[in-house]
Structures are given as C-alpha cells and as structure tokens.
Design a protein around this ligand. Structure first.
Ligand code: B12
Length: 280
C-alpha cells in the first residue's frame, strides 16, 4: 500500500553500487558535451537564436551552440543546442527503484497463482480520464504482448478485463467491484498539466473510499513519463514506466499474490492478505 516500507527501495542490497564520478561524453571522453532541445514562444529570427543561446548559458552550458532552429507554427521556434557543461555525476548517489521480485515465466506465474490463490487472478485495466493512448496498456494486457513477451491475456491463471480508453474513475471502480478485481492496472500517457498525476491521485483516492483497506485491489499505474519512485505519493502500490514488459507486470502481481507486505511467503486466497469480500 502507500506505506513507505512497502515501496521498492532505492538501490539494492545484493547489488551495491560502487561510486563513480562521470561527466557527459560528446566528441572525446569527459569533454562534458550535451545536447538539449526546447521550444521558445518567439518567431524564428537571429534574436530568437540568441535567446536560445542565452537560456542554454543560464542552464550551465558554456559554450552553447544553436545547431538547429525550426519555426513551429506562428510565433514559436524549436531549438537544438549543443554545448559543454561542467557538472559531474556521482553514481553512488543515484536513486532508482530496483526490481525487488523475481522474473517468472508464464508457466511459473500460472503455477504460483494456482497454488497460492487456488483461483484465477483477476486484473482490470484501463486508460482513465480523457487519455486515449491505449497502445501501452494493450502492450501489457493483450495476448500479442510487447518486446517478444505475451501479454497477461496469455496467462491461463489470469483473467483480464480490458476496459479500453477514456474510462472515468467511477466506471473503473464499478468494474473492479463487479469483476472482484485483485489488481487494477491504469495507464496514463498524456502528461499535459500533470494530468497523469492528478488522474492517478483521483483514482487511488476513489478506491480507498470505495473499499475497506484490507480488500482493496492492488493499484498499479503505468506510462512513459511516470517516475517509478512516486508510488507512495500517488497512493498506488506500484508504478511502471517506459519499456515495461508484460512478464515484469505478471511477475510483480504474482509476487504480491504470494507474499505478504513483509515480503514473507503467504498462503491465502486474497492478493492483499485479507479475506476476499465484495466491497460495500
Ligand atoms: C500513438 C500516439 C497517439 C495515438 C494513440 C492511439 C492509441 N490507440 O493509443 C493518437 C493519434 C490517438 C494520439 C492522440 C493524441 N496524442 Co498522442 N501519441 C502517440 C505516440 C506517437 C505513441 C504512443 C505509443 O503508442 N507508444 C507505444 C507504447 C507501447 O508505449 P507506452 O505508452 O510508453 O507504454 C509502455 C510503458 O509506458 C508501459 N505502460 C504504459 N501504460 C501502462 C500501464 C500499466 C498498468 C503498466 C504496468 C505499464 C504501462 O508499458 C508499455 C510497454 O512498455 C506518442 C509519441 C511517442 N513517440 O511516444 C504521442 C503522444 C503520447 N501524444 C501526445 C499528444 C499531445 C496527443 C494528443 C493530445 C494530440 C492532439 N492534440 O490531439 C492526442 C490526445 C488524444 C487523447 N484524448 O488522449 C503527446 C503527449 C505529450 C504530453 N506531454 O502529454 C505525445 C508524447 C507526442 C508528443 N511528443 O507530443 N496519440
């Protein structure tokens, strides 16, 4: 749940990171050269290019060279700037969410669900809000899958209910109740005005309202611009970002179905370690 102790930890105990100081590589090792792209609300002109250079200078690029400038409709210009930064990166201070569950084959996942739940694991998926980008959630759920891996529909012990695009939060909660979902998988691709964050918070709040804590379905959100470290802040159990494969998601769901919050193996008929009951 949103309990911070339940979230994936930064770094990994079995993979200690040795500290290394690195700087960007452009033409030669350690030359500090980077490339940056952005749009300014200015008509393309010499002044616009100078403005782009000034912005890059203020961001720490020195020298900064405008290598591409293209008008983007009326009153806007897109820039690519190439230049040197003096910043160093200390890899021992990098914080990431490491995978903290084993990767299973579909056969292993099916066997674990059968043994632990003694029934099929029910997954309800959707793109919520006005988001119509279904390719990501379909990549995870549809049998055809993604990156050479079959989607969750391929797993005999997983029942998939894919609600598609532009599903409202009340519709999602209702479907989760009707299907007696163990896990709710939500996709958010559009990030304009932080829509992905606002929609996710609205969704997690609605599930907390609709379900007793112990029987709430597992809430999983995914999309290319999520920060995987934001699960607790968003009130969900797990965040998956770009490049996620169906096998990773299936393995996570199985791990949660077969382990308690403390990570200890459990044998129970519910994914959240509580008796399966219909929400009131
Ligand atoms: C295809 C596409 C469309 C198609 C969508 C068709 C469909 N049925 O999905 C159409 C043409 C409809 C479309 C429309 C729009 N689009 Co569009 N679209 C794209 C595009 C080109 C590809 C997205 C995609 O399919 N990626 C492939 C999938 C496999 O990757 P993914 O979504 O990241 O999913 C992976 C992971 O993120 C993760 N994942 C995703 N969801 C989930 C969920 C769970 C539970 C889990 C575990 C994992 C997971 O797993 C997936 C596999 O690894 C992107 C640009 C790009 N190159 O990414 C723009 C893009 C997403 N679109 C964009 C925009 C702005 C729009 C429009 C607003 C344009 C307009 N003005 O009309 C509309 C919005 C429509 C709407 N109401 O949502 C912007 C979004 C910008 C932003 N900051 O929000 C982008 C980034 C383009 C851009 N650079 O401007 N779009």
């Amino acid at each position: 749940m949103s309990d911070p102790t339940d979230q994936p930890r930064s770094g990994s105990a079995d993979q200690p990171r040795s500290g290394q100081i690195v700087r960007p590589y452009g033409d030669t090792t350690g030359d500090g050269m980077v490339q940056l792209s952005f749009t300014l609300p200015i008509e393309h002109s010499k002044v616009a290019e100078g403005a782009a250079e000034q912005l890059a200078n203020k961001m720490g690029m020195d020298p900064a060279l405008v290598v591409h400038a293209k008008p983007m409709g009326q009153g806007f210009t897109f820039f690519v700037v190439y230049g040197r930064v003096s910043h160093l990166v200390d890899t021992s201070k990098v914080e990431v969410v490491e995978r903290d569950f084993p990767l299973l084959t579909p056969k292993e996942a099916n066997a674990a669900i059968k043994q632990s739940l003694r029934r099929r694991l029910v997954v309800v998926g959707a793109c919520i809000g006005t988001d119509a980008h279904t390719v990501g959630i379909d990549a995870i759920l549809n049998i055809k899958g993604f990156a050479g891996e079959k989607g969750l529909e391929y797993y005999r012990e997983i029942k998939v209910v894919n609600l598609g695009a532009q599903v409202s939060v009340p519709e999602l909660v209702e479907a989760a109740r009707t299907e007696r979902a163990d896990a709710v998988l939500v996709s958010q691709v559009v990030t304009q005005r932080d829509a992905h964050l606002l929609n996710t918070r609205e969704m997690s709040a609605a599930f907390r309202e609709a379900y007793p804590a112990a029987s709430r379905p597992l809430l999983v959100v995914g999309g290319p611009r999520f920060n995987e470290g934001m699960a607790a802040e968003l009130g969900v159990d797990r965040v998956f970002s770009r490049g996620t494969t169906p096998g990773e998601v299936a393995s996570y769901l199985v791990h949660r179905a077969t382990h308690g919050r403390d990570g200890a193996p459990q044998s129970t008929s519910s994914i959240l370690a509580a008796p399966k009951e219909k929400a009131s």
